[in-house]
Write a protein that binds this ligand. Structure first.
Ligand SMILES: [Zn+2]
Length: 311
């Protein structure tokens, strides 16, 4: 009996060791820990190391403060993977040569993979801009959704995403308006998440803003609603029903409003240096049926309603 228990003492750790090393990502996990350790070491260093800034006129003593914590993410950027499986994405994000990653990956079946601590900077945004923020990777959490780029998002995936967003919003106090898509921050380069993404449902749960339905109904003004304008930089005037822009306004009284699409998109956050791209990104997020770089009067009313919320 004693011999058996001795044998088990030897065998069990060996089995555990084998189980761990057979994990397809065990090497990556080891490297991840090593890298994290390196960064922790750097953060712990006091006085902080000079990075070639010896020309600065430092005082004669070093003074540390205890009044600090870690910087928090303030945005969530949502992506689709444009790949065929969650395994393919996990592999892509663990290959050093790809230089891409995200904090979370959500599979079609709703499984959530966390690949990085929220406080680390993932490489998911690339070159982009939202408002005056040109380094979204430094201030955001990236979430990649398992989707080939064209298909609808599975119900399980969206349910898991909403659960995760609730956790992140509570944990970091992320403002409602700061839940955005990759195409929003990189209009001329990116089209994710695709037009099937339920932005309205997210906004109903407190993640991102949405326009008031009243802004596009009732359609009482006939043909002018169908007008499209290719000149995206021109200030336009619209005659709208009062009920479309004012609480308690009547649908029979009309009102003239003035809107400059470039200014309105800029206030929402879009980089408007390429206006057709900015309009396409706006429509991918808020219109979703058509993403041509033109703005109908209906779409302008949606833009007008939204930009007032961002003011
Ligand atoms: Zn993306």
């Amino acid at each position: 009996m004693k011999r058996l228990s001795n044998l088990l003492v030897v065998i069990i750790p060996l089995v555990l060791l084998w189980a761990c090393s057979s994990h397809p990502y065990s090497k990556t996990n080891r490297d991840h820990r090593q890298q994290a350790k390196q960064y922790s070491k750097e953060l712990r260093q006091f006085p902080p190391r000079h990075g070639g800034d010896d020309s600065l006129h430092y005082g004669p003593i070093w003074v540390g403060t205890t009044n600090f914590n870690l910087r928090k993410p303030n945005y969530v950027v949502i992506h689709h993977t444009a790949q065929h499986s969650v395994d393919q994405t996990l592999r892509t994000f663990t290959l050093p040569r790809t230089s891409v990653s995200s904090h979370y990956v959500i599979g079609r079946n709703g499984e959530v993979y966390q690949m990085l601590n929220d406080y680390y900077r993932a490489w998911h945004g690339g070159i982009g801009k939202w408002g005056n923020n040109e380094d979204l990777n430094s201030s955001s959490i990236g979430i990649e959704l398992d989707n080939n780029g064209y298909e609808p998002f599975s119900e399980e995936l969206i349910e898991s995403l909403l659960d995760l967003l609730h956790v992140l919003k509570d944990r970091h106090g992320i403002p409602t308006a700061n839940f955005i898509g990759h195409s929003d921050i990189a209009p001329s380069r990116k089209v994710d998440p695709n037009a099937n993404f339920p932005w309205k449902k997210l906004a109903e749960e407190g993640f991102g803003l949405w326009y008031d339905d009243i802004a596009v109904t009732p359609k009482v003004l006939g043909d002018s609603l169908k007008v499209q304008d290719q000149d995206l930089t021109r200030t336009r005037q619209l005659r709208v029903a009062k009920s479309e822009v004012m609480v308690g306004g009547s649908s029979t009284d009309s009102l003239d409003i003035t809107i400059n699409p470039r200014e309105a998109l800029r206030i929402i956050g879009y980089d408007t240096s390429d206006m057709p791209a900015a309009v396409r990104a706006f429509k991918l997020h808020f219109i979703q049926k058509d993403i041509q770089p033109v703005l109908s009067d209906d779409e302008l009313k949606i833009l007008y309603n939204l930009y007032q919320k961002y003011l």
